[in-house]
Design a protein around this ligand. Structure first.
Ligand code: ZN
Ligand code: ZN
Length: 313
């Protein structure tokens, strides 16, 4: 049984599920993301989530228990007479904000249903609406996926990066449909693996199938959906015309901040005894790569408590 302390990393035994698997188990669930999004806005009580979200009693109860077990929330009594509990974000939980902000920014920019309806984000420090810019924490330069090199480290294999979700039933994971495209990309083990593999440079159908050990019918179906969403585009392979290859589009590459902030969070909070799952460097500055989100207006590094949500008028 793993212990997930709220203020220091979980120690993962050698050979088991790695940081990526644990992180995907947590964020690859739309209800978790929505519960956390409201928590970041100050929601702490059961009734407040019930009011804010189209969520059933059973699903909310199960998710709050899961997120508490994961060290993301801690329970505290807010009224001792009736022993009523509230759920407070821990240090580990508050540290999730870069992932949520990156999901919001991508959905706002690329998912047409959301362009009008998502709340606006204001950077309190400069007072302006902003978009987050992914930069290197060491040198402060903006980075694109092509600017980073790296890949699997000692605990990094496809098998060990599969979500540790066997403790939960996925049948209740249908979600609210509020981040449908994000969930299509990361809400399922094979989707997340195919997306991760494409950022690692795999492009051909047979590579997804063989390297990931994925059933071919599933690979075919996921690639079709990714193409329909405009995240991948299909082209004949350079080597052989009948080997189709799949490349990230601009929309697909724009999802990179979600992927890399999630990897960074995972590796801050889960430490495998046999070493990191993924290792990246930023060749432009020669340092290990870690993420930092900056305000696109004032260019100052963002902090979670300096991001304010503003409802569209
Ligand atoms: Zn750098
Ligand atoms: Zn700013």
């Amino acid at each position: 049984m793993l212990v997930h302390p709220p203020d220091r990393p979980t120690a993962l035994p050698a050979g088991g599920t790695n940081a990526i698997g644990h992180t995907l188990g947590l964020i690859g669930d739309e209800w978790n993301l929505l519960i956390l999004r409201y928590a970041m806005m100050g929601v702490r009580r059961y009734g407040e989530w019930r009011e804010a979200l189209p969520i059933s009693h059973a699903v909310l109860t199960r998710r709050l228990a899961y997120l508490t077990d994961m060290g993301v929330f801690e329970k505290a009594e807010y009224e001792s007479r009736s022993r009523r509990l509230e759920y407070r974000l821990t240090k580990r939980g508050r540290d999730l904000w870069p992932i949520l902000l990156s999901v919001w920014a991508w959905e706002a920019a690329w998912v047409p249903e959301h362009v009008e309806s998502l709340p606006l984000m204001v950077h309190k420090r400069c007072g302006e609406q902003f978009l987050p810019v992914l930069t290197c924490a060491a040198c402060a330069k903006p980075v694109q996926p092509r600017d980073i090199v790296g890949g699997f480290g000692p605990s990094g294999t496809w098998e060990r990066s599969v979500p540790a979700a066997t403790t939960r039933r996925r049948s209740t994971g249908a979600g609210a449909g509020l981040f449908p495209q994000t969930m299509t990309l990361i809400g399922n083990r094979w989707s997340a693996a195919i997306l991760g593999a494409s950022f690692q440079g795999l492009h051909r159908f047979r590579d997804f199938e063989q390297r990931l050990g994925a059933p071919p019918t599933i690979v075919a179906e996921r690639l079709r959906v990714f193409c329909e969403l405009g995240v991948f585009e299909q082209s004949p392979s350079a080597e052989r015309a009948d080997w189709l290859s799949y490349h990230l589009t601009e929309k697909g590459r724009a999802f990179f901040p979600v992927v890399i902030t999630a990897i960074d969070w995972g590796q801050r909070w889960y430490r495998a005894a046999d070493g990191p799952a993924l290792l990246y460097t930023h060749p432009a500055c020669g340092q290990d790569f870690h993420t930092q989100l900056r305000c696109d207006g004032c260019l100052v590094p963002l902090r979670g408590h300096e991001v304010a949500v503003e409802r569209p008028a």
